[in-house]
Write a protein that binds this ligand. Structure first.
Ligand code: FES
Ligand SMILES: [Fe+2]
Length: 458
């Protein structure tokens, strides 16, 4: 496998009709090299066992061998801007305290008191020290012990042995990552092509403008994998077929930890065949999808729909966020440019307000997970950085569409939700015990499972 190595002979069958790369070549500007490349790898076609999503034993393997060893996003840097700001990141029974130190550095510690184990913090906050609520043992922000009430009663313990156990931290794109494994590879290596590909889209220059979460009654992988392919669009989101080239989407896999999906908006689905709308209707359809009203007569002119929409987006982004979008190609303003970082983090590339997903189990439940959706918006250079919004947790009966901060997206996610609990139930009811994946369109899910096997050893 090598990036850009695929020539005219794809190793797997592709949808007849235009490819994503052909669409890119018709766009207004030349696409950046990160988009104008492909990275395929033959990972086989074996079925995935359904038990990976349902078995408490498999969940336990993940708890022991996966989560303590991988880089995970804990928060945004802007959520802990000042000395003493901290957040709590919980994952399968472990808890990590992520804090901004007096020196401006970010550190993380296992969130467990070294006296009798109480969680030191349960909510995000700010302080000059961590004081345990049970008996008052107190630690400095750098993890060193500060004070112990009735110190004379603990003469058998030395201060140097009472430093909070550290968790590794790293940052990329304005995100703070943690890794509980002292021997794990550095974050920069783990992220593979991600920093190079996002060099132009600079998520570090964005702020968190929306953050909505909801508990879903399915295994965390069931939820995540529903967002790793466009294959389900024809059955689950048919209303977007006139403006979304689902079956032409491109799927790329890199090393063990990164893969992506490139799918074009502003171009109709190959499923529509002869009944595909013309450019003017595609423009109108996209504007209505984006909640931007009607197209003006002649908007499509002699140009293709993507060129028209790209020009509109460049103008509207410049108005909303400042900056110069000249030379930004249509794809970077329109398309689903969706990366996944193993195991559970998915940032969108491009210049449109960037969607970010994160999935993780709820407590120790094999069949329940938290899905979070964030929207990052670009900070204007001529204004101060807006404060990030806190996470809003939707209740069990609150659809995503009630979250006004997720325009359009909420209703689409609700369609995804209509499948997920039933996928979980169906996997449990499976008699074949096999899950079959498309050789190309579901290559990212296979890639994920190949890496999962490496971590779990099975
Ligand atoms: S459990 Fe924390 S001070 Fe006692
Ligand atoms: Fe979907």
């Amino acid at each position: 496998m090598s990036e850009g190595s695929r020539g005219g002979n794809p190793s797997r069958a592709r949808c007849p009709g235009g490819s994503y790369q052909e669409l890119l070549r018709s766009d207004t500007y030349r696409a950046p090299s990160a988009l104008a490349s492909e990275s395929e790898r033959d990972l086989g076609t074996r079925p995935v066992p359904a038990s990976r999503y349902t078995s408490p034993e498999y969940f336990e393997l993940e708890r022991e061998r996966l989560w303590p060893r991988v880089w995970q996003v804990a928060c945004r840097e802007e959520e802990i801007p000042a000395a003493g700001d901290y957040v709590v990141y919980d994952i399968v029974g472990r808890s990590v305290l992520v804090v901004r130190g007096e020196d401006g550095g970010i550190r993380a510690f296992h969130n467990s008191c070294l006296h009798r184990g109480r969680r030191l913090a349960t909510e995000p906050g700010n302080g000059r020290a961590f004081r345990c609520g049970f008996h008052g043992w107190t630690w400095n922000l750098d993890g060193s012990i500060r004070s112990i009430p009735c110190r004379w009663d603990f003469a058998h313990l030395r201060d140097e042995h009472l430093t909070l156990p550290a968790v590794r931290t790293g940052t990329w794109g304005g995100f703070v990552f943690i890794n509980m494994d002292p021997g794990a590879m550095p974050l920069e290596e783990y992220l593979e092509v991600l920093p190079a590909h996002f060099g132009r889209w600079r998520l570090e220059d964005c702020y968190k403008a929306a953050h909505v979460a909801k508990e879903i009654r399915c295994n965390w992988k069931v939820a995540m994998e529903a967002f790793m392919e466009s294959y389900h669009v024809v059955a689950t989101h048919p209303q977007i077929l006139p403006v979304f080239a689902d079956a032409s989407a491109q799927y790329d896999v890199y090393g063990d930890h990164v893969n992506r999906n490139l799918a074009a908006f502003g171009s109709p689905s190959p499923h529509l065949g002869e009944s595909a709308p013309g450019d003017a209707d595609v423009v109108t359809g996209m504007l209505s999808l984006m909640g931007r009203g009607r197209a003006r007569p002649g908007d499509a002119g002699n140009q293709g729909a993507r060129s028209v929409l790209g020009a509109m987006n460049r103008r509207s982004f410049a108005r909303a966020f400042g900056g110069d979008y000249d030379g930004v190609t249509d794809a970077e303003t329109l398309d689903a440019i969706v990366y996944n970082v193993f195991p559970n983090f998915s940032p969108w590339g491009g210049f449109a307000p960037n969607i970010v997903y994160r999935w993780r189990p709820v407590a120790l439940a094999v069949d329940s997970c938290l899905m979070e959706v964030m929207i990052l918006k670009r900070c204007r250079a001529d204004r101060s950085r807006p404060a990030p919004v806190p996470m809003r947790l939707l209740g069990p009966d609150e659809p995503w569409s009630t979250a006004e901060e997720l325009p359009v997206l909420g209703a689409v996610i609700d369609q995804d939700m209509s499948n997920l609990p039933h996928v979980q139930e169906g996997l449990l009811a499976s008699r074949s015990g096999d899950v079959h994946l498309g050789a190309y369109q579901e290559a990212r899910i296979r890639h994920f499972h190949c890496t999962l096997e490496k971590y779990l050893g099975s």
